[in-house]
Design a protein around this ligand. Structure first.
Ligand code: HSE
Length: 451
Protein backbone atom coordinates (compact mmCIF):
# COMPACT_ATOMS: atom_id res chain seq x y z
CA UNK A 1 0.00 0.00 0.00
CA UNK A 2 1.37 3.46 -0.84
CA UNK A 3 2.21 5.66 2.15
CA UNK A 4 -0.15 8.54 2.85
CA UNK A 5 2.59 10.89 1.71
CA UNK A 6 3.00 9.27 -1.71
CA UNK A 7 -0.64 9.73 -2.79
CA UNK A 8 -2.10 13.22 -3.23
CA UNK A 9 -4.69 14.12 -0.59
CA UNK A 10 -8.30 13.20 -1.34
CA UNK A 11 -10.66 16.14 -1.17
CA UNK A 12 -13.77 15.53 0.93
CA UNK A 13 -16.80 17.82 0.66
CA UNK A 14 -19.38 17.73 3.43
CA UNK A 15 -22.97 18.69 2.62
CA UNK A 16 -24.76 19.54 5.85
CA UNK A 17 -23.52 20.47 9.29
CA UNK A 18 -26.24 19.43 11.70
CA UNK A 19 -25.83 16.89 14.49
CA UNK A 20 -24.28 14.27 12.21
CA UNK A 21 -22.33 16.65 9.94
CA UNK A 22 -20.66 18.27 12.94
CA UNK A 23 -19.43 14.89 14.14
CA UNK A 24 -18.26 13.88 10.66
CA UNK A 25 -16.24 17.13 10.48
CA UNK A 26 -14.83 16.48 13.96
CA UNK A 27 -13.79 12.91 13.21
CA UNK A 28 -12.25 13.82 9.84
CA UNK A 29 -10.14 16.44 11.60
CA UNK A 30 -9.31 14.73 14.89
CA UNK A 31 -8.61 11.33 13.34
CA UNK A 32 -6.82 12.67 10.27
CA UNK A 33 -3.57 10.78 10.90
CA UNK A 34 -5.25 7.43 11.55
CA UNK A 35 -7.50 7.86 8.54
CA UNK A 36 -4.51 8.70 6.33
CA UNK A 37 -2.74 5.53 7.47
CA UNK A 38 -5.82 3.41 6.86
CA UNK A 39 -6.53 4.88 3.43
CA UNK A 40 -3.03 5.51 2.10
CA UNK A 41 -3.79 9.18 1.43
CA UNK A 42 -4.76 12.12 3.59
CA UNK A 43 -8.46 13.03 3.64
CA UNK A 44 -8.69 16.76 3.34
CA UNK A 45 -12.00 18.33 4.33
CA UNK A 46 -12.22 21.07 1.70
CA UNK A 47 -15.57 22.58 2.60
CA UNK A 48 -18.84 22.22 4.46
CA UNK A 49 -21.98 23.36 2.65
CA UNK A 50 -24.62 24.90 4.90
CA UNK A 51 -27.75 26.99 4.40
CA UNK A 52 -26.54 29.82 6.66
CA UNK A 53 -22.78 30.19 7.10
CA UNK A 54 -23.26 32.85 9.78
CA UNK A 55 -25.35 30.61 12.10
CA UNK A 56 -23.75 29.52 15.40
CA UNK A 57 -21.77 26.24 15.17
CA UNK A 58 -20.10 23.80 17.50
CA UNK A 59 -16.50 24.98 18.04
CA UNK A 60 -15.19 21.69 16.60
CA UNK A 61 -16.28 23.00 13.19
CA UNK A 62 -13.66 25.07 11.36
CA UNK A 63 -15.76 28.06 10.31
CA UNK A 64 -13.39 28.90 7.46
CA UNK A 65 -14.65 25.74 5.72
CA UNK A 66 -18.30 26.81 5.74
CA UNK A 67 -19.83 27.79 2.42
CA UNK A 68 -23.32 28.46 1.13
CA UNK A 69 -22.21 27.48 -2.38
CA UNK A 70 -22.89 23.72 -2.28
CA UNK A 71 -22.68 23.33 -6.06
CA UNK A 72 -19.26 24.98 -6.21
CA UNK A 73 -18.06 22.77 -3.35
CA UNK A 74 -19.24 19.58 -5.03
CA UNK A 75 -17.23 20.43 -8.17
CA UNK A 76 -13.95 20.42 -6.26
CA UNK A 77 -14.26 17.13 -4.36
CA UNK A 78 -13.13 13.51 -4.77
CA UNK A 79 -15.62 12.29 -2.18
CA UNK A 80 -18.92 14.01 -1.37
CA UNK A 81 -20.57 13.24 1.96
CA UNK A 82 -24.25 14.16 2.15
CA UNK A 83 -25.80 14.45 5.59
CA UNK A 84 -28.26 17.25 4.91
CA UNK A 85 -31.35 15.01 4.51
CA UNK A 86 -34.50 15.67 2.48
CA UNK A 87 -35.02 15.05 -1.21
CA UNK A 88 -33.85 18.32 -2.77
CA UNK A 89 -31.33 19.83 -3.00
CA UNK A 90 -29.62 16.62 -1.79
CA UNK A 91 -30.55 14.59 -4.90
CA UNK A 92 -29.43 17.28 -7.33
CA UNK A 93 -26.14 17.79 -5.52
CA UNK A 94 -25.39 14.06 -5.37
CA UNK A 95 -26.12 13.72 -9.08
CA UNK A 96 -23.79 16.63 -9.82
CA UNK A 97 -21.11 15.04 -7.66
CA UNK A 98 -21.49 11.71 -9.49
CA UNK A 99 -21.39 13.45 -12.86
CA UNK A 100 -18.14 15.09 -11.76
CA UNK A 101 -16.82 11.57 -10.95
CA UNK A 102 -16.79 12.02 -7.19
CA UNK A 103 -17.61 9.05 -4.96
CA UNK A 104 -20.63 9.73 -2.79
CA UNK A 105 -21.52 8.75 0.75
CA UNK A 106 -25.00 9.54 1.98
CA UNK A 107 -27.01 9.02 5.16
CA UNK A 108 -30.21 10.05 3.41
CA UNK A 109 -32.73 7.24 3.90
CA UNK A 110 -35.68 9.27 2.63
CA UNK A 111 -33.94 10.02 -0.66
CA UNK A 112 -32.73 6.44 -1.17
CA UNK A 113 -36.14 4.97 -0.33
CA UNK A 114 -37.85 7.37 -2.73
CA UNK A 115 -35.42 7.55 -5.62
CA UNK A 116 -32.35 5.45 -4.84
CA UNK A 117 -32.31 3.76 -8.29
CA UNK A 118 -31.68 7.12 -10.02
CA UNK A 119 -28.59 7.62 -7.88
CA UNK A 120 -27.41 4.01 -8.15
CA UNK A 121 -27.72 4.11 -11.95
CA UNK A 122 -25.91 7.43 -12.21
CA UNK A 123 -23.11 6.05 -10.02
CA UNK A 124 -22.88 2.84 -12.10
CA UNK A 125 -22.80 4.82 -15.34
CA UNK A 126 -20.06 7.06 -13.98
CA UNK A 127 -18.14 4.14 -12.44
CA UNK A 128 -18.07 5.73 -8.98
CA UNK A 129 -18.91 4.41 -5.54
CA UNK A 130 -22.13 5.13 -3.71
CA UNK A 131 -22.19 4.10 -0.06
CA UNK A 132 -25.00 4.56 2.45
CA UNK A 133 -24.34 2.60 5.65
CA UNK A 134 -25.63 5.43 7.85
CA UNK A 135 -29.01 5.51 6.09
CA UNK A 136 -30.23 2.44 8.03
CA UNK A 137 -29.93 2.09 11.79
CA UNK A 138 -27.20 4.69 12.38
CA UNK A 139 -24.00 3.15 13.71
CA UNK A 140 -25.06 -0.46 13.19
CA UNK A 141 -23.26 -2.14 10.30
CA UNK A 142 -26.24 -3.64 8.47
CA UNK A 143 -26.09 -2.30 4.92
CA UNK A 144 -22.63 -3.75 4.29
CA UNK A 145 -23.42 -7.15 5.89
CA UNK A 146 -26.59 -7.54 3.83
CA UNK A 147 -25.13 -6.07 0.63
CA UNK A 148 -21.70 -7.74 0.80
CA UNK A 149 -21.18 -10.25 3.62
CA UNK A 150 -24.40 -12.14 2.83
CA UNK A 151 -24.01 -11.85 -0.95
CA UNK A 152 -23.26 -15.59 -1.05
CA UNK A 153 -26.35 -16.57 0.91
CA UNK A 154 -30.12 -16.35 0.53
CA UNK A 155 -31.81 -14.04 3.00
CA UNK A 156 -35.26 -15.26 3.96
CA UNK A 157 -36.38 -12.60 6.39
CA UNK A 158 -35.28 -9.35 7.97
CA UNK A 159 -36.94 -8.19 11.19
CA UNK A 160 -35.77 -4.86 12.48
CA UNK A 161 -36.25 -2.36 15.24
CA UNK A 162 -34.95 0.51 13.15
CA UNK A 163 -36.49 3.53 14.85
CA UNK A 164 -35.08 4.53 18.21
CA UNK A 165 -37.77 7.05 19.07
CA UNK A 166 -40.63 4.59 18.85
CA UNK A 167 -38.62 1.89 20.59
CA UNK A 168 -37.97 4.30 23.44
CA UNK A 169 -41.68 5.19 23.64
CA UNK A 170 -42.87 1.56 23.61
CA UNK A 171 -40.18 0.55 26.09
CA UNK A 172 -41.26 3.32 28.48
CA UNK A 173 -44.86 2.18 28.17
CA UNK A 174 -43.73 -1.38 28.98
CA UNK A 175 -41.55 -0.51 31.96
CA UNK A 176 -43.58 2.30 33.55
CA UNK A 177 -47.14 1.65 32.39
CA UNK A 178 -47.21 5.17 30.88
CA UNK A 179 -49.70 5.92 28.16
CA UNK A 180 -48.50 6.75 24.67
CA UNK A 181 -48.95 10.52 24.81
CA UNK A 182 -46.92 10.78 28.04
CA UNK A 183 -44.18 8.53 26.70
CA UNK A 184 -43.93 10.57 23.47
CA UNK A 185 -43.74 13.80 25.51
CA UNK A 186 -40.96 12.32 27.64
CA UNK A 187 -39.06 11.25 24.51
CA UNK A 188 -39.35 14.81 23.24
CA UNK A 189 -38.13 16.25 26.57
CA UNK A 190 -35.10 13.95 26.41
CA UNK A 191 -34.37 14.92 22.81
CA UNK A 192 -35.09 11.47 21.30
CA UNK A 193 -38.25 12.60 19.54
CA UNK A 194 -38.53 15.62 17.28
CA UNK A 195 -40.91 18.49 18.11
CA UNK A 196 -42.96 17.04 15.24
CA UNK A 197 -42.61 13.29 15.81
CA UNK A 198 -44.76 12.29 12.82
CA UNK A 199 -42.00 10.64 10.77
CA UNK A 200 -41.12 8.41 13.70
CA UNK A 201 -44.45 7.61 15.36
CA UNK A 202 -46.32 7.13 12.08
CA UNK A 203 -43.63 4.72 10.84
CA UNK A 204 -42.35 6.71 7.83
CA UNK A 205 -38.74 6.66 9.03
CA UNK A 206 -38.87 2.90 9.63
CA UNK A 207 -40.60 2.35 6.27
CA UNK A 208 -37.78 4.11 4.40
CA UNK A 209 -35.24 1.88 6.15
CA UNK A 210 -37.36 -1.21 5.46
CA UNK A 211 -37.44 -0.35 1.75
CA UNK A 212 -33.65 -0.02 1.62
CA UNK A 213 -33.05 -3.25 3.54
CA UNK A 214 -35.58 -5.20 1.46
CA UNK A 215 -33.97 -4.01 -1.79
CA UNK A 216 -30.56 -5.17 -0.62
CA UNK A 217 -31.71 -8.43 0.95
CA UNK A 218 -33.85 -9.63 -1.95
CA UNK A 219 -32.18 -8.03 -5.00
CA UNK A 220 -35.31 -6.17 -6.07
CA UNK A 221 -36.31 -2.54 -6.17
CA UNK A 222 -38.49 -1.63 -3.21
CA UNK A 223 -39.50 1.97 -2.70
CA UNK A 224 -41.11 3.51 0.35
CA UNK A 225 -44.44 3.46 -1.52
CA UNK A 226 -44.26 -0.36 -1.60
CA UNK A 227 -44.06 -0.60 2.18
CA UNK A 228 -47.29 -1.25 4.10
CA UNK A 229 -47.05 1.11 7.04
CA UNK A 230 -48.78 1.49 10.38
CA UNK A 231 -47.38 3.62 13.20
CA UNK A 232 -47.63 3.26 16.95
CA UNK A 233 -50.30 5.90 17.69
CA UNK A 234 -53.05 3.33 18.29
CA UNK A 235 -51.05 1.34 20.86
CA UNK A 236 -52.61 1.74 24.31
CA UNK A 237 -51.29 1.17 27.81
CA UNK A 238 -53.86 -1.63 28.01
CA UNK A 239 -52.34 -3.31 24.91
CA UNK A 240 -48.91 -3.13 26.51
CA UNK A 241 -50.18 -4.60 29.80
CA UNK A 242 -51.95 -7.42 27.95
CA UNK A 243 -48.84 -8.09 25.93
CA UNK A 244 -46.91 -8.63 29.15
CA UNK A 245 -49.70 -10.83 30.51
CA UNK A 246 -49.44 -13.10 27.46
CA UNK A 247 -45.62 -13.25 27.43
CA UNK A 248 -45.01 -10.59 24.77
CA UNK A 249 -43.68 -7.08 24.29
CA UNK A 250 -44.91 -4.65 21.67
CA UNK A 251 -42.29 -3.40 19.20
CA UNK A 252 -42.52 -1.37 16.02
CA UNK A 253 -41.07 -3.81 13.52
CA UNK A 254 -39.77 -3.32 10.01
CA UNK A 255 -40.31 -6.65 8.28
CA UNK A 256 -39.10 -7.81 4.88
CA UNK A 257 -39.72 -11.42 4.03
CA UNK A 258 -39.59 -13.73 1.09
CA UNK A 259 -42.59 -15.80 0.06
CA UNK A 260 -41.77 -18.76 -2.10
CA UNK A 261 -43.63 -19.58 -5.27
CA UNK A 262 -46.46 -22.06 -4.81
CA UNK A 263 -46.60 -24.66 -7.59
CA UNK A 264 -50.06 -25.78 -6.51
CA UNK A 265 -51.72 -22.40 -6.98
CA UNK A 266 -49.29 -21.09 -9.59
CA UNK A 267 -48.67 -18.12 -7.30
CA UNK A 268 -45.28 -16.53 -7.94
CA UNK A 269 -42.56 -15.77 -5.47
CA UNK A 270 -42.71 -12.40 -3.80
CA UNK A 271 -41.48 -10.10 -1.11
CA UNK A 272 -43.60 -8.64 1.66
CA UNK A 273 -42.32 -5.42 3.19
CA UNK A 274 -44.15 -3.81 6.06
CA UNK A 275 -43.84 -1.71 9.19
CA UNK A 276 -46.27 -2.07 12.05
CA UNK A 277 -46.43 -2.57 15.80
CA UNK A 278 -46.37 -6.25 16.69
CA UNK A 279 -46.36 -8.54 19.67
CA UNK A 280 -43.04 -10.31 20.01
CA UNK A 281 -42.53 -13.20 22.45
CA UNK A 282 -40.33 -12.03 25.33
CA UNK A 283 -37.98 -14.88 24.42
CA UNK A 284 -37.20 -13.38 20.99
CA UNK A 285 -33.79 -11.63 20.84
CA UNK A 286 -35.41 -8.42 19.58
CA UNK A 287 -37.68 -8.30 22.63
CA UNK A 288 -34.70 -7.29 24.76
CA UNK A 289 -33.75 -4.30 22.62
CA UNK A 290 -34.47 -1.54 25.10
CA UNK A 291 -34.69 2.24 25.11
CA UNK A 292 -33.67 4.02 21.93
CA UNK A 293 -31.44 1.19 20.70
CA UNK A 294 -31.94 -0.43 17.30
CA UNK A 295 -31.38 -4.01 16.18
CA UNK A 296 -31.85 -5.98 13.01
CA UNK A 297 -32.46 -9.72 13.03
CA UNK A 298 -31.66 -11.49 9.76
CA UNK A 299 -32.59 -15.05 8.83
CA UNK A 300 -30.55 -16.47 5.97
CA UNK A 301 -30.58 -19.96 4.49
CA UNK A 302 -26.98 -20.89 5.25
CA UNK A 303 -25.95 -18.36 7.89
CA UNK A 304 -29.04 -19.03 9.99
CA UNK A 305 -30.04 -16.31 12.42
CA UNK A 306 -27.93 -13.17 12.79
CA UNK A 307 -28.51 -10.14 14.94
CA UNK A 308 -27.01 -6.66 14.62
CA UNK A 309 -27.46 -4.33 17.58
CA UNK A 310 -26.45 -0.81 18.50
CA UNK A 311 -27.23 2.87 18.36
CA UNK A 312 -29.49 3.81 15.50
CA UNK A 313 -29.19 7.56 15.75
CA UNK A 314 -27.12 10.36 17.23
CA UNK A 315 -24.24 12.44 15.92
CA UNK A 316 -21.16 10.39 16.72
CA UNK A 317 -22.72 6.94 16.15
CA UNK A 318 -24.08 7.94 12.75
CA UNK A 319 -20.81 9.68 11.87
CA UNK A 320 -18.99 6.41 12.63
CA UNK A 321 -20.96 4.71 9.85
CA UNK A 322 -20.36 7.65 7.50
CA UNK A 323 -16.61 7.57 8.14
CA UNK A 324 -16.46 3.84 7.47
CA UNK A 325 -17.99 4.50 4.05
CA UNK A 326 -15.61 7.41 3.41
CA UNK A 327 -12.67 5.11 4.13
CA UNK A 328 -14.00 2.44 1.75
CA UNK A 329 -14.52 4.96 -1.06
CA UNK A 330 -11.14 6.56 -0.39
CA UNK A 331 -9.33 3.21 -0.46
CA UNK A 332 -10.77 2.58 -3.91
CA UNK A 333 -9.42 5.95 -5.05
CA UNK A 334 -5.97 4.99 -3.82
CA UNK A 335 -5.82 1.29 -4.63
CA UNK A 336 -8.36 0.99 -7.44
CA UNK A 337 -11.53 -1.08 -7.33
CA UNK A 338 -15.12 -0.17 -6.74
CA UNK A 339 -17.90 -0.96 -4.29
CA UNK A 340 -20.96 -3.01 -5.22
CA UNK A 341 -23.53 -1.91 -7.77
CA UNK A 342 -27.27 -2.02 -7.33
CA UNK A 343 -28.46 -5.64 -7.61
CA UNK A 344 -32.00 -6.07 -8.97
CA UNK A 345 -31.86 -9.36 -10.85
CA UNK A 346 -34.45 -11.22 -8.77
CA UNK A 347 -37.79 -11.99 -10.36
CA UNK A 348 -39.91 -11.25 -7.31
CA UNK A 349 -43.21 -9.41 -7.04
CA UNK A 350 -43.60 -6.87 -4.28
CA UNK A 351 -46.66 -8.22 -2.53
CA UNK A 352 -49.59 -6.11 -1.36
CA UNK A 353 -50.18 -5.77 2.39
CA UNK A 354 -53.15 -8.16 2.15
CA UNK A 355 -50.82 -11.01 1.07
CA UNK A 356 -48.58 -10.80 4.13
CA UNK A 357 -48.77 -13.89 6.31
CA UNK A 358 -48.96 -13.07 9.98
CA UNK A 359 -50.77 -13.97 13.18
CA UNK A 360 -53.29 -11.86 15.07
CA UNK A 361 -54.03 -11.42 18.72
CA UNK A 362 -57.56 -10.07 19.06
CA UNK A 363 -59.04 -8.83 22.30
CA UNK A 364 -62.77 -8.50 22.47
CA UNK A 365 -65.54 -7.92 24.97
CA UNK A 366 -68.49 -10.28 24.56
CA UNK A 367 -71.73 -11.04 26.37
CA UNK A 368 -70.89 -13.47 29.14
CA UNK A 369 -73.33 -16.26 28.32
CA UNK A 370 -73.27 -19.83 26.98
CA UNK A 371 -72.47 -20.41 23.31
CA UNK A 372 -70.71 -17.10 22.65
CA UNK A 373 -67.23 -18.59 22.41
CA UNK A 374 -68.57 -21.20 19.99
CA UNK A 375 -70.01 -18.46 17.74
CA UNK A 376 -66.71 -16.58 17.71
CA UNK A 377 -64.76 -19.76 16.98
CA UNK A 378 -67.18 -20.54 14.14
CA UNK A 379 -66.55 -17.13 12.54
CA UNK A 380 -62.81 -17.78 12.55
CA UNK A 381 -63.25 -21.27 11.13
CA UNK A 382 -65.47 -19.93 8.35
CA UNK A 383 -62.55 -17.81 7.14
CA UNK A 384 -60.05 -20.65 7.40
CA UNK A 385 -58.30 -19.04 10.34
CA UNK A 386 -57.06 -21.46 12.94
CA UNK A 387 -57.01 -20.57 16.64
CA UNK A 388 -53.80 -21.10 18.56
CA UNK A 389 -55.04 -19.99 21.99
CA UNK A 390 -58.07 -18.49 23.67
CA UNK A 391 -57.80 -16.84 27.05
CA UNK A 392 -60.67 -15.67 29.19
CA UNK A 393 -59.25 -14.06 32.32
CA UNK A 394 -61.45 -15.10 35.20
CA UNK A 395 -60.47 -12.75 38.01
CA UNK A 396 -61.13 -9.09 37.17
CA UNK A 397 -59.24 -7.99 40.31
CA UNK A 398 -56.09 -9.76 39.12
CA UNK A 399 -56.49 -8.26 35.68
CA UNK A 400 -56.87 -4.77 37.11
CA UNK A 401 -53.87 -5.33 39.38
CA UNK A 402 -51.71 -5.91 36.30
CA UNK A 403 -52.84 -2.59 34.81
CA UNK A 404 -55.35 -4.06 32.38
CA UNK A 405 -58.89 -2.81 31.92
CA UNK A 406 -61.66 -5.07 33.06
CA UNK A 407 -64.81 -5.65 31.00
CA UNK A 408 -68.17 -4.06 31.86
CA UNK A 409 -70.71 -5.92 34.02
CA UNK A 410 -72.24 -8.89 32.19
CA UNK A 411 -69.39 -8.95 29.69
CA UNK A 412 -66.36 -11.18 29.43
CA UNK A 413 -63.08 -10.45 27.78
CA UNK A 414 -61.65 -12.93 25.27
CA UNK A 415 -58.09 -12.88 24.01
CA UNK A 416 -57.73 -14.94 20.86
CA UNK A 417 -54.39 -15.70 19.25
CA UNK A 418 -54.50 -17.17 15.77
CA UNK A 419 -52.13 -19.34 13.81
CA UNK A 420 -50.52 -17.76 10.75
CA UNK A 421 -52.88 -16.79 7.95
CA UNK A 422 -52.93 -14.25 5.13
CA UNK A 423 -53.60 -10.74 6.35
CA UNK A 424 -56.68 -10.53 4.10
CA UNK A 425 -58.27 -13.57 5.81
CA UNK A 426 -57.39 -12.27 9.26
CA UNK A 427 -58.85 -8.84 8.57
CA UNK A 428 -62.04 -10.35 7.12
CA UNK A 429 -62.32 -12.58 10.19
CA UNK A 430 -62.10 -9.65 12.57
CA UNK A 431 -64.83 -7.87 10.61
CA UNK A 432 -67.06 -10.95 10.79
CA UNK A 433 -66.43 -11.38 14.52
CA UNK A 434 -67.18 -7.69 15.17
CA UNK A 435 -70.55 -8.12 13.44
CA UNK A 436 -71.65 -10.97 15.73
CA UNK A 437 -74.53 -10.07 18.01
CA UNK A 438 -72.89 -11.03 21.34
CA UNK A 439 -69.67 -9.18 20.51
CA UNK A 440 -69.71 -5.81 22.25
CA UNK A 441 -66.35 -4.37 21.19
CA UNK A 442 -63.16 -5.41 19.50
CA UNK A 443 -60.80 -3.78 21.97
CA UNK A 444 -57.59 -4.38 20.07
CA UNK A 445 -56.09 -6.20 17.11
CA UNK A 446 -52.33 -6.71 17.08
CA UNK A 447 -50.13 -8.79 14.84
CA UNK A 448 -47.88 -11.39 16.42
CA UNK A 449 -44.43 -11.87 14.89
CA UNK A 450 -41.23 -13.68 15.66
CA UNK A 451 -42.65 -16.96 16.82
N1 HSE B 1 -35.47 9.46 14.09
C1 HSE B 1 -34.79 8.23 13.91
C2 HSE B 1 -34.98 7.37 15.14
C3 HSE B 1 -33.33 8.36 13.68
O1 HSE B 1 -35.69 7.73 16.06
O2 HSE B 1 -34.44 6.28 15.17
C4 HSE B 1 -33.02 8.78 12.29
O3 HSE B 1 -33.48 7.85 11.37
Amino acid sequence: MPSAESHPPLRVALLGCGVVGTQVARLLTQQADDLASRVGARLELVGIAVRDASAPRDPVVDRSLLTEDAEGLVRRADIVVEVMGGIEPARGLLLQAIEARAAVVTANKALLAEDGPTLYKAADDAGVDIYFEAAVAGAIPIVRPVRESLAGDHVRRVLGIVNGTTNYVLDQMTTTGADLADAVREAQDLGFAEADPTADVEGYDAAAKAAILASLAFHVRVSIDDVAREGIMAVTADDVAWAAHTGHVIKLLAIAELRDADRGTGRGAGVSVRVHPALLPTTHPLANVRGSFNAVFVEAESAGELMFYGRGAGGAPTASAVLGDVVSAARHRVLGGKGPQESTYADLAILPASAAVTRYQVRLDVDDRPGVLAQVAQALAAHGVSIEAVRQPSAPEAVAAEGMQTPAAGAAQLVITTHAAPESALAATVEAVAALDPVRTITSVLRVEGA
